[in-house]
Design a protein around this ligand. Structure first.
Ligand SMILES: [Zn+2]
Ligand SMILES: [Zn+2]
Length: 176
């Protein structure tokens, strides 16, 4: 969805829309594969001010992720506040710029004439993405010795050690 800045009423405009699961995949590059577990619901208010446009709202949805410890798939609920300001810029070529930290800077979604609301929502989802996804904060992960999923199974390492020790003992006896 694109919104023309010059068509915004003075009191602002509230938009509500949703994006289907497949939508985000069409925007992401191969190195940032993100799967939506359900459609994203967006409520957004666009308020023109003297020297800026404020974007305030909410997005709700869920991401399908893989836990970085136990490698199991899990669903992470998204409930993100959107609070952005597009600042008026002195240059005629780019009359507005987005007020974000430099590392977040992404002006693709605003050319000074139209605001690409879809890309803003996508950017907010990327920012909400955890660096190291965890299915739960105390995920026990996978045992590096026996490969057991320690959230659901007990580690078999000790048992394996005991069996091999017994085997070693028995082989010693046989040799006698
Ligand atoms: Zn996990
Ligand atoms: Zn183990």
């Amino acid at each position: 969805m694109k919104v023309r800045v010059d068509e915004l009423p003075d009191v602002g405009r509230v938009i509500h829309f949703h994006k289907a699961e497949a939508w985000l995949a069409s925007l992401t590059e191969n190195d940032r594969e993100i799967t939506l577990a359900k459609p994203v619901e967006v409520d957004l208010e666009l308020i023109p001010e003297a020297d800026s446009i404020k974007l305030k709202g909410h997005l709700r949805g869920a991401l399908q992720l893989v836990c970085s410890r136990c490698l199991q798939e899990f669903v992470l609920d998204l409930d993100e506040t959107i609070d952005l300001t597009l600042l008026r810029h002195p240059s005629a070529d780019a009359p507005y710029e987005i007020d974000l930290r430099p590392e977040d800077l992404d002006t693709e979604f605003f050319d000074g004439v139209t605001i690409d609301v879809d890309l803003i929502v996508a950017e907010q989802i990327f920012l909400a993405l955890p660096q190291r996804p965890l299915c739960k904060t105390d995920c026990a992960g996978i045992c590096s010795g026996c490969g057991a999923d320690l959230n659901r199974e007990t580690c078999r390492c000790e048992k394996i050690d005991r069996i091999s020790a017994f085997d070693a003992l028995r082989s010693v006896k046989i040799e006698h």
